[in-house]
Design a protein around this ligand. Structure first.
Ligand code: PBG
Ligand code: ZN
Length: 324
């Protein structure tokens, strides 16, 4: 590389049009996936305390919201359910008339050209708030995996376009792939939450989804925040089991992991900018301590620059409006 004064890196920064043509990373609406929370009832739109601008929506309002999301040019939503009844086995998760199953059918019949991704886990549906069946305080792996496969099939039967298991049990991608194939859904992709850390950033989500564990935490299945090589092993094992898209979660504090997963494994890579990341930017913005819009776009562009092909974010609508 030439040296100063031959080289002057500022040369490409004086003129905004020059800056535009040399920009390396461009966020696009096509990168965005919008998370939505669906709850029982009619005409419900209940703001989540710790997530301003995020709501629990009944199915009628969910359908309206999905139309707006599609009209903004966002290609996909991911659905989380708040069931009518919770029990030890999380049975509404795989009930053909469960909240998510009904929500998928409603969206699919009324909103065209929108991908419906579904989160597959039990924690929103179990009375104890854990991601699987319990034996005392221990989460049973293989018994849980069978229920997750049932849940995934019931989502596909209701019309889901992509299945996204978020539980972090071992072997669940293989079990879900086999169950989907057996039921005639071999064309339905799996977006695996392959690299999901046991993170403090999920706090506000547990308010939104009413899924806080009744005791203990999720450290027996979600990853230790300090580990990076293990992320590659997690992703590789899910790829071997048939995952089509690999997700890293959270995003902002794990850009190094997104970078490694994308560049070492060359898979379609998703990153989840989680509830805590959203709420921190919102809160500081509200206090006028930061410029919310600017930090929002900076955070999303950084996640893309690190290697994410798609970003799950509660800012999807706000970002899409700016990208218009
Ligand atoms: C369910 C699930 C969680 C999130 C996505 N799917 C919560 C958790 O693992 O406790 C978190 C998303 C967010 O914080 O925005 N397993
Ligand atoms: Zn869970």
């Amino acid at each position: 590389m030439a040296m100063y004064p031959t080289q002057r890196l500022r040369r490409l920064r004086y003129n905004p049009l020059v800056r535009d043509i040399v920009r390396e990373t461009e966020l696009s609406k096509n990168d965005l996936i919008y998370p939505l929370f669906v709850c029982p009832g009619m005409n419900v739109k209940k703001e989540v305390n710790s997530m301003p601008g995020v709501y629990q929506l009944s199915i009628d309002n969910l359908v309206k919201e999905c139309k707006e999301v599609r009209d903004l040019g966002i290609p996909a939503v991911i659905l989380f359910g708040i069931p009518e009844h919770k029990d030890e086995e999380g049975s509404e998760a795989y009930d053909p008339n469960g909240i998510i199953q009904r929500a998928i059918r409603a969206i699919k019949s009324e909103v065209k050209e929108l991908l419906v991704i579904t989160d597959v886990c039990l924690c929103e549906y179990t009375s104890h708030g854990h991601c699987g069946l319990l034996d005392g305080e221990n989460i049973l792996n293989d018994e849980t995996v069978s229920l997750l496969a049932k849940e995934a099939v019931s989502h596909a039967e209701s019309g889901a376009d992509i299945i996204a298991p978020s539980d972090m049990m071992d072997g669940r991608v293989l079990a879900i792939r086999k169950a989907l194939d057996y039921k005639g859904f071999s064309h339905i992709p799996i977006m695996s939450y392959a690299v999901k850390y046991a993170s403090g950033y999920y706090g506000p989500f547990r308010d939104a989804a009413e899924s806080t564990p009744a005791f203990g935490d999720r450290r027996s299945h979600q990853m230790d925040i300090a580990n990076s090589d293990e992320a590659i092993r997690e992703a590789e094992s899910d790829i071997d089991e048939g995952a089509d898209i690999i997700m890293v979660k959270p995003a902002g504090a794990y850009l190094d992991i997104i970078y490694r997963v994308k560049h070492e494994l060359s898979m379609p890579t998703a990153a989840y900018q989680v509830s805590g990341e959203y709420s921190m930017i919102k809160a500081a913005g509200k206090l006028d301590w930061i410029d919310e819009q600017r930090v929002m776009m900076e955070s999303l562009t950084s996640i893309k620059r690190a290697g994410a092909d798609m970003i799950l974010t509660y800012f999807a609508k706000d970002a899409a409006k700016l990208l218009k």
